[in-house]
Design a protein around this ligand. Structure first.
Ligand SMILES: O=C(O)C1=C[C@@H](OP(=O)(O)O)[C@@H](O)[C@H](O)C1
Ligand SMILES: C=C(OP(=O)(O)O)C(=O)O
Length: 439
């Protein structure tokens, strides 16, 4: 296959037999973009290994370079970051990356010139009000269209006093993480309190704290939903990025749909990545999982059971669970993920619409999805809504349902440009699909 084949709907390959695959996966998006931000804020250079190279991380690299960081990628894949100078005006393209749009504004205030933020049309629909309000509460002037969304301009003065702010992070944990990542650079540090209905994705906040602590930043949780970061140095050095365990989800699911085994290499023994939760969740849905020095191995029989689950700690796992639920032998209820309406697309609407389009039975609820078994699944165009996880969810269903075509598999380049190639190599089809973006 050539890159030009990506301009057509992508025929999701059917599984024709039991799987027996071992895969190495690219680095974690969430760890990559945190380490890039902290390297740009650090007191000394950093060297990052295992960094994800995808649309979201390249956008982050460009954003940090625009703020004066020097970032070079060596032939061996190691990335060297010399901290940002924050001495220039910049135009930041956030693409559709939540981590860019929520993590970069709180550090852009360290620049003494205007920094303008915009992104894809779909990015302009994502919630940003909490970031904009936070910066204003920190005393920074922000010009926007009063829509609580991109685009906006941050008018930094080069320093921020810091102090204490209360925010509503119900629609994204990234509002908290963005402030915590920047806070050691504010004059008095920062106390961040969340007050609001929900706080999703707590493991992602723990990941932020862990990354800060590994760079000797003094950070403590001071209540159920409050954190304090003291002002102080941020160390550089060498940091290795774990494989992306959320992106492991579709490959783990494949073993359950097709039967057989898939091993994901280098699965960390302990991690803050919420994708580690797939272990327990997929066992409840019928898989057997074993960990060894080689990695994590999932074995499936083709039989999938429904599940009743609150996914508020890991909303990004929802598309994989929903795809499996569409193939399950009993009903599934997914709760606690109302905030998915503000992800790359309204994921609850998108998943329900696409599952129903192919003859499944899915209903949106106020905070999730209900999915029932269906005997009538059939091939059709599976729409992707510019959402990488919609594309991979369709691919999971396409392993069993003939004739599923993924509208635009290029969207997987957001976090995994190698998805089509890895998927075919897992299945042993012999088809070679190049990395997306290598056109
Ligand atoms: O901090 C992060 O790296 C992320 C936090 C989560 O965001 P939400 O809390 O907005 O769901 C997650 O869904 C996203 O994929 C990555
Ligand atoms: C919600 C996601 O991404 P983002 O970092 O853009 O919020 C995701 O990857 O599932």
């Amino acid at each position: 296959m050539t890159a030009s084949h990506y301009s057509q709907p992508w025929p999701a390959p059917l599984a024709t037999g039991q799987l027996n695959a071992t895969l190495g996966l690219p680095g974690s998006k969430s760890l990559t973009n945190r380490e890039l931000v902290l390297s740009a804020l650090a007191d000394e250079p950093s060297v990052l290994t295992g960094l994800l190279m995808s649309r979201d991380s390249l956008l982050m690299i460009d954003a940090l370079k625009a703020l004066g960081a020097e970032i070079s990628i060596a032939a061996d894949g190691k990335v060297r970051v010399t901290p940002a100078t924050f001495d220039r005006s910049a135009n930041i393209d956030c693409g559709l990356a939540g981590t860019v749009m929520r993590f970069v504004p709180p550090i852009s205030v360290l620049s003494n010139q205007d920094v303008h933020f915009d992104g894809d049309a779909a990015a302009r629909r994502r919630p940003m009000k909490t970031t904009i309000d936070s910066l204003r509460a920190l005393g920074v002037s922000v010009t926007d269209a009063d829509l609580g969304a991109l685009p906006f301009t941050v008018h930094g003065t080069g320093s921020v006093p810091g102090g204490e702010i209360t925010i509503d992070a119900s629609s994204s944990s990234q509002f908290v993480s963005g402030l915590l990542l920047a806070a050691a650079r504010y004059e008095t540090g920062l106390i961040v309190r969340h007050e609001g209905e929900h706080l999703p994705s707590m493991p992602h906040i723990e990941m932020t704290i862990d990354c800060l602590a590994k760079r000797s930043v003094k950070v403590t949780r001071i209540g159920d939903s409050a954190w304090q970061v003291l002002p102080g140095p941020i160390s550089g050095g060498n940091f290795a990025i774990e494989p992306d365990l959320s992106n492991a989800g579709p490959f783990l699911a494949a073993a359950m749909v097709a039967g057989g085994s898939v091993t994901i290499e280098h699965w960390p023994e302990s991690t803050t990545q919420v994708g580690d939760e797939f272990d327990g969740i997929l066992q409840q849905m019928g898989a057997t999982i074993a960990r060894s020095a080689q990695g994590l191995t999932i074995t499936g029989t083709g039989e999938i059971h429904g599940i009743d689950i609150d996914l508020s700690i890991g909303g990004e796992l929802t598309p994989v669970i929903a795809a499996l639920a569409a193939l399950a032998d009993s009903p599934t209820v997914i709760r606690g993920v109302a905030h998915l309406r503000g992800h790359e697309t309204d994921r609850l609407a998108a998943l329900a619409t696409e599952i129903n389009r192919i003859g499944g039975i899915a209903r949106e609820t106020s905070d999730g999805l209900e999915i029932d078994p269906s005997e009538n699944l059939h091939g059709a165009l599976w729409r992707t809504y510019e959402d990488h996880r919609m594309a991979t969810a369709g691919a999971i269903i396409g392993l069993r349902v003939p004739g599923i075509e993924i509208e635009d598999v290029r969207v997987t380049s957001k976090t995994m440009p190698s998805f089509p190639g890895l998927w075919h190599s897992m299945l042993g089809t012999g088809e070679i699909w190049p990395e997306i973006g290598a056109q």
